[in-house]
Design a protein around this ligand. Structure first.
Ligand SMILES: C[S@@+](CC[C@H](N)C(=O)[O-])C[C@H]1O[C@@H](n2cnc3c(N)ncnc32)[C@H](O)[C@@H]1O
Ligand code: SF4
Length: 176
């Protein structure tokens, strides 16, 4: 079936509204990497998680009139390093999205993570909140290249950390 109905030149009506993919940006990181062109900022102190989630809802609500009737088939929570947020905040965020838009059962819900911020209990919490895909930024599995990519002291031996982080996420997401 062709979902596009053209009633008159210049007027296109869709018989089936296209689904939506939602991108949510969380802009904080432990450190700013020197090569990074993204909207990301070194955190100073505790993150304003609840206030930021409320601001995201206000932003989403302002956009709702333009997307009425469309179902949501994926959510990508990117950054920055969104895995710095607590599982409770990610749960609040996803619950609020579900309350405002029809999220398809089985929708892909991704959270970007930096291996340096990986911690098992936290990732079980993200999974319980509904996250079913983790996107891990690995700069290199070669130690020398990885150190150049993330040169600050906390990220020394970062190729090894990236490998360990990837294994850790896999273990956390398959355990109960
Ligand atoms: C924006 S970060 C977000 C996830 C996480 N903070 C991290 O560093 O992996 C995602 C990926 O973007 C890539 N990236 C950052 N700056 C870039 C740039 N200037 N050009 C191309 N890729 C870049 C890095 O490889 C990084 O892993
Ligand atoms: S951790 Fe990721 S988002 Fe943050 S500054 Fe580095 S590359 Fe950019």
């Amino acid at each position: 079936m062709n979902p596009v109905v053209v009633e008159r030149p210049g007027a296109v009506q869709l018989a089936v509204l296209p689904p939506l993919a939602l991108y949510v940006h969380i802009p904080w990181c432990v450190r700013k990497c020197p090569y990074c062109d993204f909207n990301s900022h070194e955190r100073s102190g505790a993150l304003p998680e609840a206030e930021y989630v409320d601001a995201l809802f206000a932003d989403l609500e302002a956009l709702l009139p333009s997307v009425w009737g469309r179902r949501l088939i994926s959510v990508f929570i990117g950054g920055g390093t969104p895995s710095l947020f607590s599982p409770a905040s990610i749960d609040a965020l996803l619950s609020g999205v579900r309350a405002r838009l029809p999220l398809e059962p089985g929708a892909e819900i991704t959270l970007e993570a930096n291996p340096g911020t990986v911690e098992a209990a936290r990732f079980r919490g993200f999974r319980d909140a509904g996250v079913n895909r983790i996107s891990i930024g690995v700069q290199s599995f070669d130690d020398r290249d990885a150190r150049q990519a993330r040169p600050h002291p906390q990220r020394r031996r970062s190729a090894q950390r990236d490998r360990r982080g990837a294994r850790f996420v896999r273990a956390a997401s398959t355990s109960t």
